[in-house]
Design a protein around this ligand. Structure first.
Ligand code: GSH
Length: 239
C-alpha cells in the first residue's frame, strides 16, 4: 500500500502493516522525513508510505506518535519508531545490507556529535526566510549561518575525505543533506560562496542514487513553501 495523497483527520486508518513490509509516515516535503527516505532508499529497503496532513492530523496517527511528528516508522509487529536519527539508526541495525553507521563505537559517537553540531545549523533555514518575510534585517543571521557552514567546510577539508564519514557516503551525510537540497528554495545558496569543500560535497551528494530518488525540484519546493508560509500548506502539491 502506498498512497501519496495525505491522510487528514477523519480518514480511515491504514490498518496493520503487512508481514515483510515497513511503513513510513511522512510528509513529502519534510526534510526530517527525507533523512529516513534517504536511508530506506540507500539500503534498498522496500517501504510503504503514508503521508500525513500535518495541519489536520488523524487521531490514529497521534495515537501512534504522541509527538505528532513525521518521520514515524511502523513494523508489522506494531512497533512504532520516531525522531529521524532514531528511525535511521533503527533501519541501519535491522537491515544489515549496506551499513551506513560505522561499527567502531568511537566513529559512531563522532557521527552523532557531528549531528548535534548540525542541529544548531538547521534553525537558520527557518529563521532567515521568516525574518525576511517580516521585513527584518537578517544580515546578522546570514553571517552566523555562513560562519557555521565555513566551519563544516573546514572540518571536511581537514578530514581530506570526499564525505563526512570517509570516501563514501555514510549516515551523517544523509542526515545533513535535506537542508542543502533546499538552499536555493530558501535563497541561501550565497552562504556557500566561501566554502569550496562543502560546495564540492553538495555536488558529490547530488550524484548519489538515494539523493536522486528522494529529491524534488527547486520549483516544486518553492511552490510548496509558498503555500506553507501562506498558512495553507498544500501537502499534495503536484499530485
Ligand atoms: N525532531 C524531529 C525529527 O528529527 O524527526 C523533527 C521532525 C519534524 O519537525 N517534522 C515536522 C512535523 O512533523 C515536519 S517537517 N511537524 C508537525 C508538527 O510540528 O506538528
Amino acid at each position: 500500500m502506498s498512497t501519496e495523497k495525505c491522510f487528514a483527520n477523519g480518514s480511515a486508518a491504514p490498518g496493520p502493516v503487512p508481514k515483510g513490509h515497513i511503513r513510513l509516515y511522512s510528509m513529502r516535503f519534510c526534510p526530517f522525513a527525507q533523512r529516513t527516505r534517504l536511508v530506506l532508499n540507500a539500503k534498498g529497503i522496500t517501504y510503504d508510505t503514508v503521508n500525513i496532513h500535518l495541519k489536520d492530523k488523524p487521531d490514529w496517527f497521534l495515537e501512534k506518535n504522541p509527538l505528532g511528528l513525521v518521520p514515524t516508522l511502523e513494523t508489522p509487529a506494531g512497533e512504532v519508531i520516531y525522531e529521524s536519527p532514531i528511525t535511521c539508526e533503527y533501519l541501519d541495525e535491522v537491515y544489515p545490507e549496506k551499513k551506513l553507521l560505522p561499527s567502531s563505537p568511537f566513529a559512531k559517537a563522532q557521527q552523532k556529535m557531528m549531528l548535534e553540531h548540525f542541529s544548531k545549523v538547521t534553525p537558520y533555514f527557518y529563521k532567515i526566510p521568516m525574518g525576511r518575510r517580516n521585513g527584518e534585517d537578517v544580515s546578522g543571521l546570514e553571517a552566523e549561518l555562513k560562519e557555521k557552514l565555513a566551519k563544516l567546510s573546514k572540518d571536511l577539508a581537514n578530514k581530506k575525505t570526499k564525505f563526512f564519514g570517509g570516501d563514501s557516503i555514510t549516515m551523517i551525510d544523509y542526515m545533513m543533506w535535506p537542508w542543502f537540497e533546499r538552499l536555493v528554495t530558501f535563497e541561501l545558496q550565497h552562504c556557500l560562496d566561501g566554502t569550496p569543500e562543502l560546495k564540492k560535497w553538495t555536488e558529490r551528494m547530488r550524484e548519489d542514487p538515494a539523493v536522486k530518488a528522494t529529491m524534488y525540484s527547486t520549483d516544486t519546493y518553492k511552490a510548496f513553501y509558498k503555500t506553507y508560509v501562506d498558512g495553507k500548506p498544500d501537502y499534495d502539491y503536484g499530485l
